[in-house]
Design a protein around this ligand. Structure first.
Ligand SMILES: Cc1cc2nc3c(=O)[nH]c(=O)nc-3n(C[C@H](O)[C@H](O)[C@H](O)COP(=O)(O)OP(=O)(O)OC[C@H]3O[C@@H](n4cnc5c(N)ncnc54)[C@H](O)[C@@H]3O)c2cc1C
Length: 378
């Protein structure tokens, strides 16, 4: 069997490695630019297990477990650190929502802690908590190093014989007798038995060429990073009032973003001064000492949003045989990809659909079985 994975981000890399360890067939990964060109190394490099939908919480929990195990096998240290996430809650309805969700999280063994404003001030004296009614702290959440995880997968996959084709865009999929037959790449036609489209924000371009449409769209997001300072912000702090988040890398840089209106689509990956000003205003209001921080770098990447803010993996039986997707991660794909790779590899090689994968199939949109997820950060 010859399997082609399209896209060299965290998703494609995880899928390629998970296929390779099962030692069946020849695996090729096609990347139009270079490995990690896309959102995977433009991310905030955070992970969490706290989602509104149980399906996503459960999936993330298992995915992080996979990542931790993988850390022992990697040549690159993924630098996993559980500093927690701290949500600052400014309205009663947010508190009710978190209390309700915490029942589900308790069932999964990942309940969080509610902090009153006094406790917030005591634990995090640098936070201006004057308008905070309560806070929710999720100690199970944390950060990783996205480059090291990607290159960890890459070197493991390469050792197992995955053939990487960088600077090789895939232009089209050739179908014959309702089966995938060939990939049309910039370097020629390639015969294939299975194609996995994991091309992030660009996946729709390939799907649309063969008449498949899924409710997904890219949305540009921007990030800011300051010079490094003495480490003092351990959790990722989410200000539910302004929609801004801020954290600190282990190197000391202050990093963050905010929910900022933009036009959906594959618009230019640039950062706007207006964005920087909005974020800086929001975080200096919340952490006044940051008014002295100097911004060093900004960048942009795409969130590939699905209509229910959850990833899409697997295939629709009505599609040409041999065609699979893994995309639509909606801003939380890095943390989901370790498990996506494992489950999709099993699905491709055995035909069985693992339980944890079932809610995320592409058929859920036409069957109206949407996942009730709206917790998107940034
Ligand atoms: C600002 C920002 C912050 C984020 N923060 C987090 C976070 O803290 N935690 C988290 O879990 N997630 C986060 N995310 C989301 C996460 O980065 C993505 O969900 C994840 O990286 C998606 O991985 P991917 O492999 O699907 O896509 P990508 O990393 O975008 O990879 C897709 C690859 O496909 C290639 N490609 C495209 N078209 C073709 C083609 N025709 N032929 C060949 N190759 C092609 C591209 O060049 C690209 O390298 C963030 C995203 C952004 C933008």
């Amino acid at each position: 069997m010859k399997i082609a994975v399209v896209g060299g981000g965290i998703s494609g890399l995880s899928i390629a490695w998970n296929l390779a360890i099962r030692n069946e067939g020849e695996i090729h990964l096609f990347e139009k630019n270079w490995i990690t060109y896309g959102s995977s190394t433009r991310s905030g490099a955070r992970f969490r297990v706290h989602f509104w939908a149980e399906e996503n919480s459960r999936f993330a929990l298992e995915s992080i477990r996979r990542l931790e195990k993988l850390a022992r096998r990697m040549d690159w240290n993924p630098i996993i650190h559980r500093g927690g996430y701290l949500w600052l809650l400014l309205h009663e309805q947010h508190i009710d929502r978190f209390r309700e969700a915490n029942k589900m999280w308790s069932k999964l063994g990942v309940q969080g802690v509610f902090l009153d404003p006094g406790m917030v001030k005591e634990r995090y004296p640098y936070i201006n908590a004057d308008d905070v009614l309560e806070a929710f702290f999720g100690p199970q959440d944390g950060s990783l190093h996205h480059d090291y995880v990607c290159f960890g997968y890459y070197s493991l996959a390469k050792k197992l014989g995955v053939i990487f084709h960088e600077l090789t865009p895939v232009h089209n999929i050739i179908i014959e007798n309702k089966k995938v037959k060939q990939l049309k790449t910039a370097k020629g036609l390639v015969d294939v038995d299975v194609i996995v489209l994991s091309a992030g924000a660009w996946t729709n371009e390939l799907l649309e060429n063969i008449g498949i449409r899924l409710p997904t769209e890219p949305v540009r997001k921007e990030m800011c990073l300051t010079e490094p300072y003495h480490y003092f912000i351990d959790p990722l702090i989410i200000d539910t009032g302004s929609g801004a988040f801020v954290g600190q890398t282990l190197k000391g840089e202050i990093l963050g973003s905010l929910d900022y209106p933009t036009t959906p689509g594959l618009i230019q990956l640039e950062t706007k001064f207006d964005f920087v000003v909005r974020w800086a205003r929001a975080i200096t209001k919340r952490i006044p000492v940051l008014k002295n921080a100097r911004i060093m770098r900004t960048w942009a990447g795409y969130y590939m949003m699905s209509s229910d803010c959850s990833h899409i993996m697997g295939r629709d039986p009505e599609w040409p045989e041999g065609l699979y997707v893994a995309y639509g991660y909606s801003g939380h794909g890095f943390m989901m990809a370790p498990l996506v790779g494992e489950l999709l590899a099993e699905n491709i090689l055995t035909g069985k659909i693992p339980e944890l994968m079932k809610p995320f199939l592409p058929t859920r949109f036409k069957e109206n079985k949407l996942i009730q997820e709206k917790m998107v950060i940034g």
